[in-house]
Design a protein. Structure first.
Length: 277
């Protein structure tokens, strides 16, 4: 049995589907099973990573688990997993752990601490370290639907965002193939793209002209802190400043692990067409 925590999230939901399609028994941990809306065939159980006393039943008979990071609060899960006889944990980490700059920021330090805690548990582990998610562009949808405009700072900032489906696919292979144990995988998408280029691609997919409206840093920070902690927003803005006009590395990891190319940004946009319309 494979346990997926964070099963209703962007990565977890795709991971559940991939594992089911491959014929693996899957148990999904969620705080509210009634609202999970997961596929038929998955065993949905109630539990909370922040409440270890809810985890014993969820871990019974589990051999491998996908661990969504609740920073600084993994000890209860890991202790319960060891007690239940779990053999292997795939941790959703972050490329910030190894980034020259982000590793010094709070996001890098939190993810590094998570990795250290998992490695120290005695369980076999795999660390999946994606860079920026393509799905992080979904907050643009409201402005695109309403005005055909995306407003952000640092339009020339380049990243190589990765499709959430590819993160899930790598995690699925890691959970089901012992060759991936005790390895760390850094994931990117197949292209380095600026924010302006991503808006152009979205316009092509939607069949309409979109506009990128460059905000000041202060304006962008005010918008970002509506849904992110201020420290996280500041860290991201510093990253965008460094990467304006830059060339970023593209990793072949998705192809190497899954045997198929990583999804392009245009393919991701087609997959999310309904969100932007």
């Amino acid at each position: 049995m494979i346990l997926v925590t964070g099963a209703t999230g962007n990565v977890g939901r795709n991971l559940v589907s991939y594992l089911l399609e491959a014929g693996h028994p899957v148990r999904a941990l969620t705080r509210d099973p009634e609202r999970a809306a997961l596929p038929d065939g998955v065993e949905v159980v109630q539990g909370d990573l922040e409440q270890p006393d809810t985890l014993a039943a969820a871990l019974k008979g589990v051999t491998g688990a996908f661990l969504f990071p609740v920073h600084g609060r993994l000890a209860g899960f890991l202790g319960s997993a060891v007690a239940a006889g779990v053999q292997h944990v795939v941790l959703l980490s972050s490329a910030s752990v190894t980034d020259e700059y982000l590793s010094k920021e709070r996001m890098g330090q939190l993810n590094a601490a998570d990795e250290q805690e998992v490695a120290a548990s005695g369980l076999d582990w795999t660390f999946v370290r994606p860079g920026p998610f393509m799905v992080n562009d979904l907050p643009w949808a409201w402005g695109i639907r309403a005005e055909g405009v995306v407003r952000a700072a640092y339009g020339a900032a380049v990243t190589a965002p990765v499709d959430e489906r590819d993160i899930a696919a790598v995690a699925a292979h890691a959970l089901t193939d012992p060759r991936h144990r005790n390895k760390a995988y850094e994931l990117t998408g197949p292209q380095g793209l600026s924010q302006i280029e991503r808006v152009r691609i979205l316009g092509q997919v939607l069949g309409r002209e979109l506009v990128f409206d460059e905000l000041t840093v202060a304006e962008a920070r005010e918008r970002m802190t509506r849904y992110l902690p201020g420290e996280t927003a500041d860290s991201l803005l510093r990253m965008y400043a460094r990467q304006s006009g830059a060339t970023v590395p593209v990793q072949p990891t998705v192809q190497e692990v899954t045997g198929r190319p990583a999804h392009t940004y245009a393919e991701w946009a087609v997959h999310h067409l309904g969100d932007f319309r």
